[in-house]
Design a protein around this ligand. Structure first.
Ligand code: PMP
Ligand code: GLN
Length: 381
C-alpha cells in the first residue's frame, strides 16, 4: 500500500509490551494500571449488562452518563454544562481526539503541538492534511517556552493541542499558563483542544484546571477525558468530549462516522463510578502518589536521576548515572532483555529525539511489582 498510514510504524507501547512479555519483564512501560480497578464500577457494569438495553444507544452518549458527566463538571470544576448539547461520549479518548481533530482541521491548516506529545496526535493531524508546528518543552522543568509558542502561531493556525496533566513528563499546567495559551489562541482565532485524560491524577495539592473553565475560552476550547484513567479500566474505552453547544455539532459529525456509539453497559457503569463520593477520587490520587514516591525513591536510591512528576501515572528518569550508554531505545531494550524491567523511551514522544536519553516508567502498578522491578534493577546494576 502506498499511503501516509502505510509509512507509520507500530506504536512504541505495543512494541515494548510485546518485548516485555517475550522476556518475562516487569512491564512498567505501557501505561495501564494494575491492582487499582474499582470493584464497585465493575459490579455496576455487570448489573447494566444483565439489565440491557443492548441496541444502539444515542449517538451523543447514553443520557445517564451525560447527566453524570454534567454533575462531575459541576462538582469538580464548578463548570455548568448542558448534558443534552455540550457532552459527547466516545470510544475512549483516542476516538475523541481523532473525532475532534478530523472535525476541526482542513487541509492546509497548521496545528500547534507541544512536544513531548502523545503518539496519536501527529498521525491524525497529518492525515487531516494539516502541518504540525511543534513547540518543545525541555526537561527537567518542562516550562512553556513562550517566545517559541508565540512564534508558532500564524494566520493558518487552526488549533493547539494541550495535554494536561502531560504524558510522558507529568507536567500539570497552571491556570496562568493555560490563560497565556488561551490568549494566543484568541488572538489568532484558534481552537484549544485539551487532552485531560489524567485529570484525576494530580498530586501534592495542585489542582487540575480545565482550560474550558477559564474566562473567554469556553467557545473555543474542547475538553477530552477518559474513564479508562479515572477508573483504571483502560480496556473499557469510554471517553468523553465537553464543548460549547455552538461547537459540539461539528464534533459530532466526525464521531458519527467513526464509532457512532459506545457500549451502553460500560457507559452506565462509568456513570455510576462518577457519582462515587470524594473518598474514591481522593483515594485514587493518594494511592497513585504513594506509588510514584515508592518508585521514584527506589530509582533514586539505585542512582538514576528521577525528574519530578506532578501528575499522570508516569515518571521520567535519566539512566546515564548508572552507566547505561546509547539511545533511549537501546537503554529500554537492554533493561527489558537483561534486567527484566520495561520502560518507554521518551524519544517516542518526540519528532526528533531529545538531547539526553530519558526513559518513562509507569507507576500505576501493584506495590509488589514496583518492588520486584526495583529488586531486579538492583541486581542488574
Ligand atoms: N491521551 C493521552 C495523553 C494518553 O496517555 C492516552 C493513553 N491512554 C490517551 C489519550 C488515550 O486514552 P483512551 O485509552 O481513553 O483512548
Ligand atoms: N496511553 C498509554 C501510554 O502512554 C498507552 C496507550 C496505548 O498503548 N495506546 O502508555
Amino acid at each position: 500500500v502506498n499511503s501516509l498510514f502505510a509509512s507509520l510504524g507500530t506504536t512504541i507501547f505495543t512494541t515494548m509490551s510485546a518485548l516485555a512479555q517475550a522476556h518475562g519483564a516487569v512491564n512498567l512501560g505501557q501505561g495501564f494500571p494494575e491492582g487499582l480497578e474499582p470493584p464497585g464500577v465493575i459490579e455496576a457494569a455487570r448489573r447494566a449488562l444483565a439489565e440491557g438495553p443492548h441496541q444502539y444507544p444515542p449517538m451523543m452518549g447514553d443520557p445517564v452518563l451525560r447527566q453524570a458527566l454534567a454533575r462531575h463538571e459541576a462538582r469538580f470544576y464548578d463548570h455548568a454544562v448542558n448534558p443534552d448539547s455540550e457532552i459527547m461520549v466516545t470510544s475512549g479518548a483516542t476516538e475523541a481526539l481523532a473525532a475532534v481533530l478530523l472535525a476541526l482541521i482542513d487541509p492546509g491548516d497548521e496545528v500547534i503541538v507541544l512536544e513531548p506529545f502523545y503518539d496519536s496526535y501527529l498521525p491524525v493531524i497529518r492525515r487531516a492534511g494539516a502541518t504540525a508546528r511543534l513547540v518543545r518543552l525541555a526537561p527537567p522543568a518542562w516550562d512553556l517556552p513562550l517566545p517559541a509558542l508565540e512564534a508558532a502561531f500564524s494566520p493558518k493556525t487552526k488549533l493547539i493541542v494541550v495535554n494536561s496533566p502531560m504524558n510522558p513528563c507529568g507536567k500539570v499546567f497552571t491556570a496562568e499558563e493555560l490563560a497565556l495559551i488561551g490568549a494566543l489562541a484568541r488572538r489568532h482565532d484558534a481552537y484549544v483542544v485539551c487532552d485531560e485524560v489524567y485529570e484525576h491524577l494530580v498530586f501534592d495539592g495542585q489542582a487540575h484546571v480545565p482550560a474550558i473553565t477559564l474566562p473567554g475560552l469556553r467557545e473555543r476550547t474542547v475538553r477530552i477525558g477518559s474513564a479508562g484513567k479515572t477508573f483504571s479500566l483502560t480496556s473499557w474505552k469510554v471517553g468523553y468530549v465537553i464543548a460549547d453547544a455552538a461547537l459540539m455539532p461539528v464534533l459530532a459529525r466526525a464521531h458519527q462516522y467513526l464509532t457512532f456509539t459506545t457500549p451502553t453497559a460500560l457507559q452506565r457503569a462509568v456513570a455510576w463510578g462518577l457519582d462515587q463520593d470524594d473518598a474514591y477520587f481522593d483515594g485514587l490520587t493518594r494511592d497513585m502518589a504513594a506509588r510514584r514516591d515508592r518508585l521514584a525513591q527506589g530509582l533514586s536510591r539505585l542512582g538514576m536521576t528521577v525528574l519530578p512528576t506532578a501528575g499522570t501515572y508516569f515518571l521520567i528518569a535519566d539512566p546515564r548515572p548508572l552507566g547505561l550508554e546509547g539511545s533511549d531505545e537501546a537503554v529500554c531494550r537492554t533493561l527489558t532483555v537483561e534486567a527484566g524491567v520495561t520502560a518507554i523511551p521518551v524519544g517516542a514522544f518526540h519528532e526528533t529525539a531529545p538531547a539526553s536519553p530519558l526513559i518513562r516508567f509507569c507507576f500505576a502498578k501493584r506495590e509488589t511489582d514496583l518492588d520486584e522491578a526495583l529488586a531486579r534493577l538492583a541486581r542488574f546494576f
